[in-house]
Design a protein around this ligand. Structure first.
Ligand SMILES: C[S@@+](CC[C@H](N)C(=O)[O-])C[C@H]1O[C@@H](n2cnc3c(N)ncnc32)[C@H](O)[C@@H]1O
Length: 439
């Protein structure tokens, strides 16, 4: 038995529980650019949806994992279980990650998380992850995986939530970001799921999806899965997503155009591409099968909340520092004056914020420029408008810092730092280097 864990199981709705067999239908027409379609005994996903209840399909999803427990190591190894799928899994997840941009400290719902590899990545990024799946067995495996492969550092512990097919046991507007990797096309009630996502997502939140395309149900692999496991392998039709998304309160739908199928060319081809030659057309042609068969999309709920110093992107500053003249005794206080101007595009969080606070960071160097202590001290900034320092705002203040305990010739280098995010110097902000003589 897999390691125990506390799941918040929910009672399913009262539904009919009449199980009927799925009769094969006539083969569908061939679709250009798709995997070979099965010719006989074709399962029509719509018939599957009409035949089984949401609860029955939820049960089938759990059954799928129970039947595959012998191969549990594959789930622990995911996304690098085998080379046939690893590049695609990683590239597609990276695309969703780049579109959703969860920030350290955010509460993230990983819907259809399965055995949890994406949840583990998101936890490693510092997010507070709700690992959610319809299968209690998959969640058990996920919990075991977190035990066996703990994330590095002190990250928020994930919570595990069983999806009952209808409603998240989560408060309204309690989630900052939603991930749904290869799971939405399995749900029998997609409009209702999107409505639930819209309910729990905060204004300014984003939900990112990686799903197959409009002909998915007819591929050989989908046919196999539906016949063998009674799992829904639905087609993803973006017009439907758009309509259901709007009804759920989402205000924008964007799709990512890329391919996980690498395009390689010669040096000549690369130069031709850069010069606008025919290689550009070759790239587009190369991308088409992937772009036709996949849908990586993002649903936003209102304008994204203004970015802040939990992200390196957009951090920029002008920092002016002056130290009072005169001899400095070892260990005594050095008095200085600072003006820090936020010339970037994002809000600096207050110096006592839990995530991404902005402070002045001081490095100690010897007279020759050798670093003696890169974290010599931190100087908090005063609060400006809105708690921290807004884009375009300047704060001017006096400060004190302790001189080194040993007499000698030193230098102090002043920079700004978004704690655990970035030194501003990394974004091209000049530091201020000042000599210091300690007597
Ligand atoms: C292909 S797996 C992807 C899991 C995970 N996101 C990953 O990338 O490893 C699809 C997930 O959808 C879930 N699923 C299957 N049928 C479902 C249903 N009827 N309702 C909700 N989720 C379902 C499964 O439990 C499964 O974990």
């Amino acid at each position: 038995m897999l390691a125990g864990m506390s799941l918040r199981h929910q009672a399913g709705r009262a539904v009919r529980r009449v199980r009927r067999s799925i009769e094969p239908t006539a083969p569908p027409p061939t679709i250009d650019g798709q995997q070979p379609l099965v010719g006989h005994d074709t399962v029509d996903v719509r018939k599957l949806l009409d035949t089984y209840t949401v609860d029955e399909l939820s049960e089938a999803a759990d059954d799928y994992y129970r039947k595959n427990l012998d191969g549990v190591d594959y789930y622990y190894a995911k996304p690098v279980g085998n080379i046939d799928e690893a590049p695609d899994l990683l590239i597609c997840f990276a695309q969703v990650l780049a579109g959703v941009r969860p920030i350290r400290g955010m509460r993230v719902l990983d819907f259809g998380a399965g055995t949890g590899w994406t949840s583990r990545m998101l936890t490693q990024l510092g997010c507070e992850v709700v690992v959610c799946d319809v299968s209690a067995t998959a969640l058990d495996i996920a919990a075991e995986m977190f035990e066996r492969l703990p994330v590095a550092g002190d990250q928020p512990a994930p919570t595990f939530l069983r999806w009952d097919g209808f409603r998240f046991d989560l408060d309204d507007e309690s989630i900052d970001r939603i991930f749904c990797i290869d799971a939405f096309h399995h749900v029998p009630n997609p409009a209702a799921v999107l409505a639930e996502m819209g309910r729990v997502l905060k204004p300014g939140g984003v939900a990112g999806f990686q799903e197959p395309g409009p002909n998915h149900s007819k591929t050989a692999q989908s046919q196999f899965e539906m016949k063998q496991f009674t799992v829904i392998e639905n087609d993803i039709i973006m017009d439907n997503i758009d309509e259901w998304g709007r009804a759920a309160g989402f205000t924008d739908l964007r799709l990512a155009v890329f391919t996980s199928d690498q395009f390689q060319t010669s040096i000549e081809g690369y130069n031709d591409f850069l010069a606008g030659g025919v290689t550009r057309t070759h790239l587009y042609e190369h991308m088409l099968p992937f772009v036709g068969e996949r849908r990586i999309f993002f649903l936003s709920k209102g304008e994204r909340a203004t970015a802040d110093s939990r992200e390196r992107r957009g951090l920029d500053a002008r920092l002016e520092i002056h130290l009072d003249a005169g001899p400095i005794g070892a260990g005594t206080a050095i008095v200085g004056h600072a003006t820090a101007t936020n010339t970037g595009t994002t809000h600096w969080l207050a110096s006592d914020a839990v995530q991404g606070p902005v402070l002045i960071g001081v490095h100690l160097l010897d007279a020759e420029g050798k670093y003696l202590d890169r974290d010599y001290t931190r100087i908090p900034l005063p609060r400006g408008s809105g708690g921290g320092v807004a884009s375009g705002e300047a704060v001017a203040f006096d400060f004190e810092l302790a001189a080194p305990e040993s007499p000698g010739d030193y230098q102090l280098e002043f920079d700004l730092v978004a704690e655990h995010v970035a030194w501003f110097e990394m974004n091209g902000v000049p530091t201020t280097l000042l000599p210091l003589v300690v007597t």
